[in-house]
Design a protein around this ligand. Structure first.
Ligand SMILES: NC(=O)c1ccc[n+]([C@@H]2O[C@H](COP(=O)([O-])OP(=O)(O)OC[C@H]3O[C@@H](n4cnc5c(N)ncnc54)[C@H](OP(=O)(O)O)[C@@H]3O)[C@@H](O)[C@H]2O)c1
Length: 233
């Protein structure tokens, strides 16, 4: 395969939602614990998240003063020598994420993410000074599209330039939808919490298209259902 194997790993509600209050309720605690446990055991080369999830989980809305950075006018991938390890791949088309380090620093946060090497996936909409900022931080970036991220092009580069063979796709709903529509999800790993979410909470895939999967495994643990599916070939 000329792209990494993609496992979409998510906590969902009974009604297939992935955002909202249900995630932080006490009844969801077991599901979250199981989710992080599976995350660590999957032994991937890293994880992919959309810009909104990265901001909520890691950058907290920080943004640098771009006037302090060099303007980089060419849309050429920047891949410093960091080709080993575990990657935190941010789908950030316009370059909105402000990082304070080239690696995820989250020792007290959700287990399994601390120390991951950040990789920014951008489009040509990113500010030229944002590229200078990433370069100054030693954060690799790749371009994959003009306005929208071309999922398959991004994955092709993640395999070719970073050697990623398996990556976890860990939300949220919008980025999952882009992957599903690009037919780029090989496996689904769902931890289903025994809760119903709210009307406006988002589904597993925003704007999905019709496709089929087959069940690989099904188990229950601490009041939680763990379901694995793979794409029907
Ligand atoms: N249940 C779970 O397991 C789980 C896991 C992770 C996250 N979450 C939840 O998910 C929520 C966030 O999800 P979300 O759906 O709102 O956002 P998201 O998927 O995290 O991020 C969406 C953003 O990513 C960028 N993006 C991703 N793919 C793109 C593509 N192919 N082309 C262009 N842009 C692309 C866009 O950024 P711009 O807006 O900058 O254009 C887009 O608006 C949070 O509430 C979080 O708690 C749940």
């Amino acid at each position: 395969m000329n792209r990494p194997y993609i496992i979409c790993h998510m906590v969902t509600s009974l009604d297939g939602k992935v955002t909202g209050k249900f995630l932080s309720s006490p009844e969801c605690a077991n599901a979250c614990e199981i989710y992080y446990d599976i995350n660590r055991k999957l032994e991937s080369d890293g994880f992919i998240c959309g810009r909104v999830t990265m901001e909520g989980s890691f950058t907290g809305g920080y943004y640098p003063d771009l006037s302090e950075y060099e303007t980089v006018n060419d849309c050429v991938d920047f891949i410093p020598d960091c080709k080993t390890g575990f990657y935190a791949v941010a789908f950030d088309p316009k370059g909105k994420l402000g990082w304070k380090s080239e690696k995820i620093i989250d020792p007290d946060g959700d287990p399994g993410y601390d120390g991951a090497q950040i990789v920014e996936v951008l489009t040509e909409q990113a500010d030229a000074r944002y590229l200078g900022y990433l370069k100054s931080m030693g954060i690799p970036y790749i371009f994959a599209g003009k306005d929208e991220i071309d999922v398959n092009l991004a994955l092709y580069k993640l395999k070719g330039s970073f050697g990623c063979d398996t990556l976890l796709l860990e939300g949220g709903s919008i980025v999952n939808g882009f992957f599903q529509r690009a037919d780029a999800i090989d496996e689904l790993s769902l931890v289903v919490a025994p809760l119903i979410a709210e009307k406006d909470d988002k589904p597993l895939f925003t704007d999905s298209k019709f496709s089929g999967c087959e069940v690989i495994s099904f188990e229950t643990k601490n009041g939680t259902v763990i379901m694995k599916y793979r794409r029907k070939s």
